[in-house]
Design a protein around this ligand. Structure first.
Ligand SMILES: Cc1ncc(COP(=O)(O)O)c(C=O)c1O
Length: 508
């Protein structure tokens, strides 16, 4: 075939200087944007013209880079979820850092695939894994890898647990001919673990829900009873999921006790420490994680309490080889060479669920180096003190009620003046309205949960930008909004002893 003389298409810029200038503008704009985040409302409703704009069909023609950037400035940047704002405490979401943003840009520039190969990228991830192990007080000779988050880290840990504990080789035979298997965890276990069991083909029915005590910690005696019961019935007890920081209130299971039970019964101990595992960095919280070093696998997030920009999590294994047995890829096209590009110290594609993987490790490596573990630990400790401060404000305010203990960084409460405390339905409705109002007005964003059938406003504090004064604002806003709702609510009877009358009046 004859070579064509037509210009060969490439996606590099035609004018590199112009792109450099645009890049400098982008960096300047984003640094300014981050610097002024406190001055803006936390959230804004997406207007109709932006919704329309974001439904346009695929563009076939080219658009100048400056114009694309303008579209981003007009239609994307002004409408975030709000999680970088100092008063965002919803779900469990991290804040990120300006330096992490820059690190992510460098990783995108290198555009490395960290699945395998003779490249520094692999060494960087290995160093990050060693640092994380050291910071959490785990043995240096274990292994692990970075993941997109804790859901995938939980799935990875439980996959290896299942494969290790199944009596017949699961990689070749699948679930055929295997005896029934069971996984144990408290009623407070995060739903990503239940979803993992569904994906693993064990199904939700394989999850044994163990009750918790008044502090939301797994009842160890009941766990052991269920394991013995399953053993006797021919069911294989595969894994116990220990919670290091439950999603509802931040409670810690007794990991030492779980490790002892797992050791005695030959069961895998997986710890879901999405945010709580990182409490180990703060010296005053270390005791909460006693026993973590005995876990077979530990899953946690770096995008939550380490403030690495989304997304980044990690799964660590006590035995570095076990993950390889489960995840090792095959194929002639993947076999390594002795030297050159296709060699390297280790293949991360054989250690987890992803083959192609971005250079997630760079933002973690650069952030840990830049901030240092001590400063990262100080922000964690500060959030714990914020939670205690908020709990104190709630205790001191008659119209507010704490709904759960505050073992770490999560505070559950509601607006509940004593005079109307018996009106359960109204209280749920008002608190819902208060929360919606806070969100819609962009004032603050705690989220909610249900505790003992009650609607709870839940502040999960993993935010290095929050200041004590932000919690004063939250309490003031909740109380004022609550009082206005009571005043406006004609359904409230004059005496709290007449709930039937209020039910009648509620009917349409
Ligand atoms: C205890 C717990 N486990 C797992 C997860 C899932 O983590 P991710 O959202 O990073 O997948 C969360 C998320 O909040 C969590 O709180």
């Amino acid at each position: 075939m004859k070579r064509s003389n037509a210009p060969e298409p490439s996606l590099d810029p035609k004018d590199w200087d112009e792109l450099r200038e645009l890049g400098q503008r982008m960096v300047k704009d984003m640094v300014d944007y981050l610097k002024t985040v406190r001055d803006r409302p936390l959230h804004r409703t997406i207007p109709e013209n932006t919704s329309q704009f974001l439904r346009q069909p695929v563009p076939h023609g080219a658009q100048p880079a400056e114009e694309v950037y303008d579209d981003f400035l007009e239609h994307v940047l002004p409408y975030p979820h709000g999680n970088i704002h100092p008063r965002f405490w919803g779900w469990v979401v991290g804040t990120g850092t300006p330096f992490g943003m820059l690190a992510d840009m460098l990783a995108a520039g290198m555009n490395s695939n960290s699945g395998f190969g003779n490249q520094a990228v692999i060494h960087v991830e290995s160093q990050v894994i060693r640092w994380l192990r050291e910071a959490l007080g785990l043995t240096a000779n274990g292994g692990g890898s970075l993941t997109s988050g804790c859901s995938i880290a939980n799935l990875s840990g439980l996959t290896v647990a299942r494969d290790t504990r199944a009596p017949h080789d699961i990689r070749s035979r699948g679930l055929q001919d295997q005896p029934p298997m069971a996984v144990y965890g408290s009623s407070e276990t995060h739903s990503s673990n239940h979803r993992a069991l569904e994906i693993l083909g064990l199904g939700r029915a394989a999850f044994r829900t163990i009750p918790v005590d008044g502090e939301h910690r797994i009842v160890v005696a009941e766990l052991e009873r269920r394991i013995r019961e399953d053993h006797a019935a021919g069911v294989i007890p595969v894994a116990v999921i220990g919670n290091a920081g439950t999603v509802n209130i931040g409670a810690f299971d007794d990991l030492e006790a779980l490790a002892a039970i797992c050791g005695e019964h030959g069961v895998w101990l997986h710890v879901d420490g999405a945010f709580g595992a990182l409490a180990a960095l703060a010296p005053r919280q270390h005791h909460l994680l006693a026993g973590l070093e005995k876990a077979d696998s530990v899953a946690f997030d770096l995008h939550k309490w380490l403030h690495i920009p989304y997304d980044a999590g990690a799964v660590l294994f006590k035995d570095p080889q076990v993950a390889q047995h489960t995840f090792q890829m095959t194929g002639a096209y993947l076999s390594p060479f002795e030297s050159g590009v296709a060699t390297g110290p280790m293949n991360y594609m054989d250690r987890g669920l992803q083959m192609s993987r971005g250079f997630r490790a760079l933002k973690v490596w650069m952030s840990i180096k830049h901030f240092g573990i001590d400063q990262l630990a100080a922000t964690i400790q500060q959030n714990i003190e914020h939670a205690r401060y908020l709990a104190g404000l709630i205790d001191a305010e008659e119209s507010l009620e704490l709904l759960a203990p505050v073992p770490l960084n999560i505070v559950n409460f509601r607006f509940s003046p004593p005079s109307v405390r018996s009106h359960a339905e109204q209280l749920d409705r008002w608190n819902r309205q208060i929360l919606l109002g806070l969100h819609e007005d962009g004032v603050a964003a705690p989220s909610h949960t249900n505790l003992d059938g009650q609607f709870s406003i839940r502040a999960a504090i993993t935010n290095h930008r929050s200041r004590f004064e932000d919690f004063d604002v939250l309490v003031r806003e909740v109380v004022n909004r609550g009082k206005r709702l009571i005043d406006a609510d004609t359904r409230i009877p004059s005496s709290p002893k007449e709930p039937e009358a209020s039910v009648d009046r509620e009917a349409p």
